[in-house]
Design a protein around this ligand. Sequence first.
Ligand code: GLU
Length: 416
Amino acid sequence: MAERTLNPFEIAQRQIAEACKALGLEPAVYEILKQPKRFLEVSFPVRMDDGSIQVFTGWRSQHTDALGPCKGGLRFHPESYADEVKALSMWMTFKCATLGLPYGGGKGGIRCDVKKMSQGEIERMSRAFMEAISPIVGPEKDIPAPDVYTNPQIMAWMTDEFSRLKGYNAFGVLTGKPLIIGGSAGRGTATARGCVFVVREAARKLGINMKGATVVVQGFGNAGSFAAQLIQDLGAKVIAANDSKGAAFNPKGMDARELAEHKSKTGSVKGFPGSRDMSNDELLSLECDILIPAALENQITSKNVSGVKARIIGEAANGPTTPEADEVLYKKGVLVLPDILASAGGVTVSYFEWVQNLMNFYWTEEEVNSRLERMMVQAFEAIYDLHERKGVSMRDAAYMNAVNRVAQAMRVRGWI
Ligand code: GLU
């Protein structure tokens, strides 16, 4: 099978199988974890602004609740499909386990193109989807959150819809909400912040000075643009970034905040003064210390991996590196900080948000950020230690640690 058509669901299954084998776990662990425990497909009508009715398809996948309620984002993307959502829910299980969160993995999505929809259409679609999945979500069951092309406003509409259905405010049903209805301080920048914390720790291990370190960001969305700003605050230099419309490259470095402003004004990083455009493969091949893939899955593949020159890769996206490319990077000595660690800042602060909702007691941004830092650094240290002790990649170490935690929970619960 050509690598580009490699299905993320098969990749996730392979990762679990390898971790189970390396740990010598009982076969039942893989048999349980190789697919979601519950998978719901829904189709629902939405009235569009021109009066026509469009029927959308969406999914919610609950991989396992062995460690706690399922947790994970909702993606609105024109190319979303069932197997992608399943894989993403599996990765959420291991992401939550890596950070020691009391959650299993979940993920959802709607196949739609929000760029072509009005705010009213997006609101009606979001509410209809929430109604369709409401029997299986809730603060004790499964707690969705933002992901690609979803945002706090969408979370607010869905929280409102769920609360209407229940007849009371159930703010703990979703995370990533606006602050005014139970969102957490620091949630908006949490994925990026978490990624930058672990990149900083990795740089320390490799003796790379963050002052003047060169950084390339692939995907200048929520995670990518904040990661660029936060890493710049540590003294690093952002030399390139791209998005779905084009790239901005300037070997002298670009101001990440000005770049974010340029993108919000023009819709792309492309055309940033003093920079030049380049292809995605060219961008991934740039000479740099740190590469942050912050877009979608399957970006670093066997076709372009030979060009990668970064010393550290901090995966802010889910599944950006294919297993084939991963092996090549490991042999090349590139330190890859896997998605289930490097992109876990978002769900960690989502956990804080949910805890705050359950307690109805809210924390300051400083509290949130310092707890996040503590948890990210701790998780990094544990995985780095395992990676050194076992002589395996950071990804394999993270999977071994996470699968083991889930297996332990299943064992004490009497599932295996
Ligand atoms: N969508 C984010 C992720 O992939 C956040 C999930 C959450 O906060 O529950 O990690």
